[in-house]
Ligand binder design. Structure first.
Ligand SMILES: Cc1ncc(COP(=O)(O)O)c(C=O)c1O
Length: 382
């Protein structure tokens, strides 16, 4: 039996790297993991304690489709504490990770056949989800010239759009969109009736000035977020959407049918995680040190064309000077140095052959060793 045409999404090439890394480890050979896109730390201690207590004392049945009222209120407080913003709990719908926010959000915001712009390089699931839903994907190539940010002129040249999706900080480039761009972007979207979605899943993991949320630009901006990255809770599967009330209500109604509710134990842990900022900031401090190790290591190895890396825990690096397609390069680095890195084609189909993504979410000592090995390899193959 053949599956549907629309289910034929592009595979994740990073999975190939992960499979090859596992095979190498199964053969007893060590691997330095710079391919994984998740924190190497567990959920904060307070979140874990809350989960254990809940498992031992509660039924843990379904919650409402929009999530636990206490979590929606907790997130509303979070915006007040962190950003001095009033975001009513009714505008917040808890989802099964930002992945859940994508599916439910896209369904609530776009019709089949709509044209929606996504940045290239960008997170591949936007494109895949939109394609599955019959929405036309309009790529917006961004590169070194603009610090991997889109420009208003570029967007104006795209023709009529129903939506634009950006991530700040971005996966894979680490680019942060500051108020200097988010303000004009929101004004442009508002003027043209374009629905602006800002994926803030890496919010909190930034290394410069505190990053404002896009919600500060108005109640018509749609934000996706999650407990996966800053809160170090990928496997707990809890995210959220902030949207105007009518869209939030539509997301809730869709969730009733598509997912029933996000995981209950994850939501209980998430409520506690909101009070674990000290521990979470320790993680961010470690990412900051790791980022310098990788950026300095790459420059020392002769790879000096990387995206700004102002946030998230990735460095997106141009490896075209090596003269080997990035997919082949990642295969060789794994085989010949034991360093696992993600090839760029997951994030940028046309130009990703020239780029790789380094994740620095792991241990500093491993990253130093990885940089030394790559410098040595590049020295021998330069
Ligand atoms: C930019 C971006 N958005 C969304 C997601 C989905 O995350 P989750 O479903 O774990 O919240 C990821 C995961 O890596 C991501 O990098």
């Amino acid at each position: 039996m053949q599956p549907t045409v629309r289910s034929g999404v592009a595979p994740f090439y990073v999975m190939e790297v992960m499979r090859a890394a596992e095979a190498r480890e199964a053969a007893g050979l060590p691997v330095l993991h710079l391919e994984v896109g998740q924190p190497s730390t567990p959920a904060p201690a307070g979140a874990r304690r809350a989960a254990i207590e809940a498992i031992e004392s509660q039924t843990l049945g379904y919650t409402g489709a929009a999530g636990l009222p206490a979590l929606r209120r907790g997130l509303s407080d979070w915006y007040r504490r962190r950003h001095d913003l009033d975001v009513a709990p009714e505008r917040i719908v808890v989802t099964t990770g930002a992945s859940g926010s994508c599916v439910l959000g896209f369904l609530a915001l776009f019709e089949a056949g709509d044209r929606v712009a996504v940045l290239e390089p960008g997170y591949p699931c936007y494109r895949n989800d939109l394609e599955v839903l019959g929405i036309d994907v309009v790529p917006v190539p961004v590169g070194h010239e603009t610090g991997f940010r889109p420009t208003i002129e570029q967007l104006e040249g795209l023709g009529p759009l129903a939506g634009l999706i950006v991530a700040s900080p971005s996966n894979p480039t680490g680019t942060v969109l500051g108020t200097d761009l988010l303000g004009p972007l929101t004004a442009w979207a508002r003027a043209g009736g374009v629905r602006l979605i800002v994926d803030e899943i890496y919010h909190g993991i930034t290394y410069g000035e505190p990053t404002p949320t896009a919600l500060a630009n108005g109640d018509d901006v749609i934000v996706f977020n999650s407990f996966s990255k800053y809160f170090s809770m990928t496997g707990w599967r809890v995210g959220w959407i902030v949207a105007p009330p009518a869209v939030a209500a539509a997301v809730e109604k869709l969730a009733q049918s598509l997912t029933v509710a996000p995981p209950t134990v994850g939501q209980i842990a998430a409520i506690a995680a909101l009070d674990c900022v000290d521990e979470l900031e320790t993680n961010v401090a470690r990412y900051r040190t790791n980022r310098d190790i990788v950026l300095d290591g790459l420059v020392a190895a002769g790879l000096d064309r990387s995206a700004p890396a102002d946030g998230a825990f990735y460095v997106w690096t141009d490896v075209s000077a090596v003269g080997v397609d990035s997919q082949e390069l990642c295969r060789r680095w794994l085989d010949e140095t034991g360093v696992a890195v993600t090839p760029g084609i997951d994030f940028d189909r046309p130009r990703g052959h020239d780029f790789v993504r380094f994740s620095y979410a792991g241990a500093g000592a491993d990253l130093r060793e990885a940089m030394d090995r790559l410098a040595d390899w590049l020295g021998r193959h330069g």
